[in-house]
Design a protein around this ligand. Sequence first.
Ligand SMILES: Nc1ncnc2c1ncn2[C@@H]1O[C@H](COP(=O)(O)OP(=O)(O)OP(=O)(O)O)[C@@H](O)[C@H]1O
Ligand SMILES: [Mg+2]
Length: 249
Amino acid sequence: MTALIEARGLHKSFGAVVAARDVSVMARRGERVGLIGNNGAGKTTFVNMVTGYVKPDRGSILLDGIDITGLPPRVVSRHGVSRSFQMPQLFQSMTPEENMLMALGIARSERLSSWRDARTPDLMAELHDLLARFRLGEYRDRSIAALPGGVRKLVDIAMAVTRRPKLLLLDEPTSGVAAEEKFPLMDVIMSALAGGEVAVLFVEHDMEIVARYAERVLAFYDGRVIADDIPTTVLGNEEVQRYVTGIVQ
Ligand SMILES: Nc1ncnc2c1ncn2[C@@H]1O[C@H](COP(=O)(O)OP(=O)(O)OP(=O)(O)O)[C@@H](O)[C@H]1O
Ligand SMILES: [Mg+2]
């Protein structure tokens, strides 16, 4: 089967720190892939390189066979790659509805000067669909600052899908969320994304979440991918247990 995304030999240094060493990764259309690794292992750097926020020093990234290496984020997103952030990037002074309308307006026209311009019947219909899929109806008019952490994550992800991406990268969708809310949050995210062909790569520190929601897992350590396989195989790997999950000391 052909790859949707194929990263080959990515390398990135920040001064003396090597954040990516010969990282080669592929993902298929519609696949759910978990990215694990200790703090500083290079997960966000990988997400940043694929989405255009960081330029790799070496290596290439192909999306559907098109070379997107080093293109700026705005252009990468036009090719069908969207992301959410470890810390959601929302307009704090606006409500979830206004944030999402702004994203929809920009996704459809590029020339939006205000979210108010986005209140067209077509975009309002899309907004209602998104609010329902991401279970955000009851929060639509609240202020962003007053929202629980998990709801802020959902708004950020809902905004990321307004461009109808082929590939969606979620950087720690459950971080900062209470333990008992992680599974319900992932259920909402995965059901909102079901049915489409979008491939989802998500960074996650909780191995129970990884085991439940990923079809395949990539383990990062010291800028390298040290394991790439189905969850049970990766989570049972001795190097992964030593360096990532801390099961073997
Ligand atoms: N813009 C930057 N400038 C300098 N160093 C950076 C930069 N971005 C990342 N690094 C360094 O690169 C290494 C990998 O960082 P990265 O953020 O990719 O790790 P991570 O796996 O996402 O960690 P975490 O689980 O803590 O989010 C770390 O040593 C980090 O300090
Ligand atoms: Mg990170």
